[in-house]
Design a protein around this ligand. Structure first.
Ligand code: 1HE
Length: 261
């Protein structure tokens, strides 16, 4: 596929997907959405962790409102559009490969929906989170009612949509919209460093972490415990982990330190 709105760059086991529509604040049109889905569905061989980044001062302003206005979609056409967003973001969340997001500036509307599909979110100072759809007279359609509501609670999502309030990185961290805050200009470097470390985990371990926990959240407790056992059955008996355990016994690996973060 010829990529026009994003770039994809493989560096060893880490592949960086970058939104590259800076002039329109990385607003997502139909073609860009297809490119995003393609990038995560067909990773370069050997990819063990993704970084999702964005060019310019803002991560993503959400749905391309201009395209939406110009296409004047029918209800059925917009339903199909929502399903395309859901499909693409499901590939990000459930593709089995961890995705670390580097966020700056506006992470709003569909941009927050995109970020919420990633597994670890590193935000630069100055980043902000919002769901301004209500203010525009529209509704979310890229998965926020599921993903964002589960992060911040459904009640808070109602408030975010009615008030269009913005949360800075401090509040974003408290609410779980981001997991780490770094200085301006440091997000991509930190995301790549974390991705390089995550990429050293056995792929089946990462698969279980990024797919299992969210899937089990949809299950009853009984089914969830059973599913957890099945995942652990595959992961804990993987021969690849024996070397790691031996390294722990022989003190070749560092110990956890209670330094927080
Ligand atoms: C856009 C879009 C867009 C900017 N679609 N063109 N999302 C929103 O409601 C967010 C709308 N955007 C903003 O609030 C601001 O643009 C930002 C806070 C992100 C950035 O502000 P700023 O001052 O840096 O840029 P700007 O001057 O507002 O925008 C620069 C250009 O990008 C300008 O076009 P220009 O031709 O006048 O230069 C803007 O029109 C354009 N632009 N955002 C199209 N979103 C599946 S449903 C998902 C639901 C949604 O995501 S709704 C969208 C919510």
């Amino acid at each position: 596929m010829t990529l026009r709105y994003i770039t994809v760059e493989a560096e060893g086991a880490v592949t960086t997907v970058t939104l590259a529509r800076e002039a329109l604040r990385n607003a997502i049109n139909e073609a860009m959405l297809e490119e995003i889905e393609y990038a995560f569905r067909k990773p370069p061989p050997g990819t063990r962790c993704f970084v999702l980044a964005a060019k310019g001062a803002h991560f993503c302003a959400g749905l391309d409102l201009r395209e939406h206005y110009d296409l004047d979609r029918t209800p059925i056409e917009f339903m199909a559009m929502c399903q395309a967003w859901h499909r693409a973001f499901d590939v990000i969340q459930f593709g089995g490969i961890p995705v670390i997001a580097a966020l700056q500036g506006a992470v709003v509307g569909g941009g927050l929906e995109l970020a919420a599909a990633t597994h670890v979110r590193i935000a630069e100072e100055g980043a902000f989170f919002a769901l301004p759809e209500g203010q525009r007279g529209i509704f979310t359609g890229g998965g926020a009612t599921v993903r964002v509501a589960r992060i911040v609670t459904p009640a808070r999502m109602v408030d975010m949509m009615l008030s269009a309030r913005t949360y800075d990185t401090r509040r974003g961290l408290d609410l779980g919209l981001c997991h780490e805050v770094v200085g301006a200009g440091e997000g991509l470097g930190r995301a790549k460093a974390l991705a390089a470390q995550v990429a050293t985990h056995p792929p089946t371990t990462n698969f279980a972490i990024v797919t299992g926990i969210a899937r089990i959240g949809d299950m009853s407790a009984t089914d969830g415990l059973f599913a957890e056992g099945l995942l652990a059955m595959a992961v804990q008996t993987n021969p690849d982990i024996r070397d790691r355990l031996e390294a722990f016994f022989s003190r070749k690996t560092g110990r956890l330190e209670p330094k927080g973060g």
